[in-house]
Design a protein around this ligand. Structure first.
Ligand code: DGY
Length: 330
């Protein structure tokens, strides 16, 4: 019997890839860079499943190019904003993701960004490498205290909660705003809910974003949001780049409307080397590495592979964002 044909858009850790190659006739795109749009449209033809990454835009055109037999899009990520979920659901295609297993790793990275921004670690590294360290100077590279400060978390979901837990270890006051009104989750970590997002902007010393990218959250952090923040505020983004309006962020940092930003994600992504944000000393950027540990990427590979296999067998995988799609399958 012939094996099910799948397209894997990039080499993922072996433990997950082997699960797929053992069970499927797998076309694995193993280049460093993602397949181009043209290649994606071509290679998906006739496949029953695709294992995609955040860098692959999977929309109706891609689904049509695949053909009616496509049963599952298994995303190697918890975020699924690269996929048109509605189009998938309409066609009866399941969309899988990797929730839970990258929560703590992403919270760790968020905290690394927070501490690095507060204590200007990136600038300190540049200072040493630029041969500028002459002596101990009382007024040089002064940052801000993290302990006893106020952290404002936007989005008290899995990752937000873990960031709050870490903050408590630093005796921070944690306040939060959650679109879905998940007050009880914040209470469990002694965080105080803000009734409006502006209240959070006005009170927080650090603002950390933990929300998915949707039509509602695109450019949530814009000129008006910055205008409401303290001028000592430090913004952390480990969610999705377009949640922050990059032009507004640049203006806020340049004019010192806020003090600092530390970003794991950017808009556009990757950020071009010539981008104006990279000219600012008070903006620290790392290249979308929130889940990038050996342990977590390995777990993600296994979970995404298992979602893929279940989906192509017509079963309901454990981690599916649109289980209702099954109703639309013939
Ligand atoms: C995710 O999982 O959504 C990350 O952004 C990539 O690991």
């Amino acid at each position: 019997m012939s094996k099910p044909r799948v397209f894997v858009t990039r080499a993922i850790p072996d433990v997950g890839l082997t699960i797929i190659t053992d069970a499927c006739d797998a076309d694995v795109w193993s280049e460093d860079l993602p397949p181009s749009r043209g290649i994606l449209l071509e290679r998906i033809k006739g496949k029953v499943g695709i294992l995609s990454l955040v860098t692959d835009k999977i929309d109706g055109e891609v689904m049509d190019s695949a053909g009616d037999q496509l049963k599952i899009i298994s995303n190697y990520a918890v975020g699924v904003d690269n996929i048109d979920i509605q189009e998938a659901t309409n066609r009866g295609i399941l969309v899988g993701n990797t929730p839970g297993i990258l929560t703590e790793t992403t919270a760790d990275l968020t905290f690394a960004l927070l501490l690095s921004a507060a204590r200007r670690i990136g600038e300190g590294i540049d200072y040493i490498r630029g041969n500028k360290w002459e002596t101990f100077k009382p007024m040089e590279l002064l940052g801000r205290d993290v302990h006893n400060s106020t952290l404002g978390i936007i989005g008290m979901g899995r990752i937000g909660i873990e960031v709050a837990r870490r903050a408590k270890g630093f005796t921070m006051d944690v306040i939060y705003y959650d679109y879905r009104g998940r007050g009880e989750l914040g209470e469990a970590v002694n965080a105080k809910m803000c009734t409006t997002i502006d209240e959070l902007f006005q009170k927080a010393d650090f603002i950390s974003l933990h929300i998915p990218l949707t039509v509602e959250t695109k450019h949530l952090i814009d000129d008006a949001a910055f205008a409401n923040m303290k001028d000592t505020a430090i913004l952390i983004n480990a969610s999705r780049g377009p949640v922050v309006d990059s032009d507004a962020l640049y203006d806020a940092l340049k004019s010192k409307k806020i003090a600092y930003a530390a970003l794991d994600v950017t808009d556009p992504e990757p950020i071009p080397f010539s981008h104006k944000l990279l000219s600012l000393p008070n903006c620290l950027i790392v290249p979308h590495v929130g889940s990038a540990t050996i342990e977590t990427r390995t777990k993600m590979a296994v979970m995404a592979a298992e979602n893929l296999l279940k989906g192509i067998r017509g079963e309901l995988p454990k981690h599916i964002v649109n289980p209702e799609a099954l109703k639309n399958r013939d």
